[in-house]
Design a protein around this ligand. Structure first.
Ligand code: NAP
Length: 334
């Protein structure tokens, strides 16, 4: 069907919880969605099939799984569920778009797809420092092995309970993750490259007032010890002012230096904030009528699988209503 006259009713870009939920609702509404799923390859960018949940271990906060579920397994189940209702997949990345008029055009390399509505669910990616020890996490979801970019996902794992942990970063996320970890850990050191936090004042106060949190200023992690043994035993800290190096024992390193929405493809076309998050109104409507955005690419606040799924549902229902109204010749407001 690529590059033909065929026009999809709904084209979904992205295959995390938001994309799959949008596919579930639109396929059950007989809209036969086509999903461009990012392809099987995933890595640091986390734009591939299944998205960020494929780099976490046990998910205990997705409703319906009293024993928890492994992130990658949850994403396979979501895929099987939408395939059952007829969702079709293009197993690759979207490379170019033209939203200047309907039908919208989306390319995957040389193949062009046309669609009446597009649901953007390309997610976000955790930023990494760039250390070798982080690589197993990109490649296989080793949060339980000691390095993680998500305290909410991994912090309660046995590997981190009653242990001394480190959070890297100085923003609200770092403080929030550190606060969360204090529920399980013996102590949490926030390692920050400067001598002042970027986090909001109220969050700073919470960190400073928490007896389990220690601030390690002017420091960066130069090395994480023992990745080959699939565990973390210590880090080498480098003083960013003097360059002096020290080794500090720790059982886990949580990288919390921010997220980057996967929105490069839409720059200059869809409205976004200064950090690249797509801005929406009516929850999931972009500035272009017929183009919806859901999940982490438009949510920098909650960033949870269940909230992404919820907004994917909203996008699907709104797309269905828009198509139905247009088909009925009703007046459509955006
Ligand atoms: P952020 O505000 O961009 O902070 C990132 C932090 O990581 C900064 O302190 C930065 O250091 C540090 N950093 C960046 N790159 C680094 C590197 N390569 N090595 C070491 N440190 C590095 O990101 P965020 O904390 O994820 O917050 C993003 C947005 O979401 C913010 O607007 C925030 O207010 C909001 N948010 C709000 C809440 C809340 O209100 N509860 C919770 C989470 C996030 P520098 O300071 O030196 O640049």
């Amino acid at each position: 069907m690529a590059s033909s006259d065929h026009v999809e009713k709904v084209l979904i870009i992205g295959s995390g919880p938001a994309g799959y939920t949008a596919a579930l609702y639109t396929s059950r509404a007989n809209l036969e969605p086509l999903m461009i799923d990012g392809g099987p390859g995933f890595g640091q960018t986390m734009q591939g099939q299944g998205g960020q949940l494929t780099i976490t271990t046990e998910v205990e906060n997705y409703p319906g799984f009293p024993e928890g579920v492994m992130g990658p397994e949850l994403m396979v189940k979501m895929r099987e569920q939408v395939a059952r209702f007829g969702t079709r997949f293009v197993e690759d990345m979207a490379t170019r778009i033209d939203f200047s008029q309907r039908p919208f055009k989306v390319w995957v390399n040389d193949d062009m797809y046309r669609a009446e509505t597009v649901i953007v669910a390309t997610g976000a990616a955790a930023k990494w420092i760039g250390l070798d020890a982080e690589k197993p996490v990109w490649e296989g979801g080793l949060g339980g092995a000691g390095v993680s970019a998500c305290a909410t996902c991994d912090g309660a794992l046995p590997a981190f309970r009653n242990k001394d942990l480190i959070v890297v970063g100085g923003g609200d996320t770092a403080v929030e993750e550190a606060m969360y970890l204090t529920h399980f850990a013996s102590s949490v050191a926030i390692v920050h490259r400067r001598d002042a936090l970027r986090a909001s004042k109220i969050m700073q106060k919470r960190a400073f007032d928490n007896p389990k949190i220690e601030m390690v200023w002017n420091s960066r992690i130069a090395e994480i010890h023992d990745p080959a043994a699939k565990r973390v035993s210590a880090v080498t800290l480098e003083d960013t002012v003097t360059g002096a190096r020290t080794v500090r024992a720790t059982s886990g390193v949580f990288i919390a230096i921010g997220h980057r929405p996967n929105s490069d493809l839409f720059k200059g076309i869809l409205d976004m904030d200064e950090n690249g998050y797509l801005t929406t109104h009516h929850e999931v409507r972009t500035n272009i009528p017929g183009v919806f955005a859901c999940g982490d690419v438009q949510d920098h606040e909650y960033r949870q699988a269940v909230t992404a799924a919820g907004s994917g549902c909203a996008a699907a229902i709104q797309a269905e209503r828009l198509l139905a109204a247009e088909e009925a010749g009703a007046e459509v407001t955006w």
